[in-house]
Design a protein around this ligand. Structure first.
Ligand code: SME
Length: 150
C-alpha cells in the first residue's frame, strides 16, 4: 500500500478536535473509497469485559451482526487467536458469519493496545481472493496508528 494512503490515515487520526468515533468513521470511509477491493470496512471492539465484539464505526452496507460472540465467525476467531485471518474464499469457511451475499473474501486484523487484543479491523471484498501480504502490513499499520488515539 502506498505512502499516500498511510499519510491520509495519519492526517485523519490527528484531527484532535473530532471524537475518536468520527475519526475512525472517516478512516473507514477513506479506505473504502480509495481501495477498490475494500467494499466494507469496519472496526469491532471488545464489549466491555464480555466475551463478545461490538460493532464500532464502519463504512458500507449496514450489518445485522453488531454483536459477535468470541469464537464465532472470522471476527470472533480473531478475538481469541490474536492473529490476522485472511479468507480468500468465504464459501470455503465453516465458521463464517455472512453479512451480504455479494461478499467473496474477508480480512480481519487484530488491534492491540498495550499488548492486549481490544478489537479489530474487518474488511469484506466482493472480489475473490484479493488480499495480499501488503494488505496485512497496511492494516497492521492502520491499527497501530489507531491504537495511539484510543
Ligand atoms: N463475516 C464476519 C462477520 C462480520 S461482517 O463481515 C461485517 C465474520 O465471519 O466474523
Amino acid at each position: 500500500m502506498n505512502s499516500l494512503l498511510k499519510s491520509k490515515v495519519i492526517a485523519i487520526l490527528d484531527r484532535k478536535g473530532q471524537s475518536v468515533n468520527t475519526r475512525l468513521q472517516e478512516v473507514c470511509e477513506m479506505l473504502k473509497a480509495e481501495i477498490p477491493h475494500y467494499d466494507w470496512v469496519g472496526f469491532y471492539f471488545r464489549n466491555g469485559e464480555k466475551e463478545e465484539l461490538k460493532l464500532g464505526p464502519y463504512a458500507g452496507a449496514p450489518t445485522d451482526h453488531t454483536i459477535i460472540p468470541f469464537g464465532k465467525g472470522i471476527c470472533g476467531q480473531v478475538a481469541v487467536s490474536n492473529a490476522n485471518f485472511v479468507v480468500p474464499d468465504v464459501s470455503a469457511q465453516d465458521n463464517y458469519i455472512a453479512c451480504s451475499i455479494t461478499v467473496k473474501a474477508e480480512i480481519v486484523v487484530p488491534l492491540f493496545v498495550n499488548g492486549k487484543n481490544i478489537g479489530q479491523i474487518d474488511i469484506d471484498s466482493n472480489t475473490p481472493d484479493p488480499f495480499t501480504a501488503a494488505d496485512e502490513r497496511f492494516l497492521e499499520f492502520v491499527n497501530l496508528e489507531v491504537s495511539k488515539i484510543l
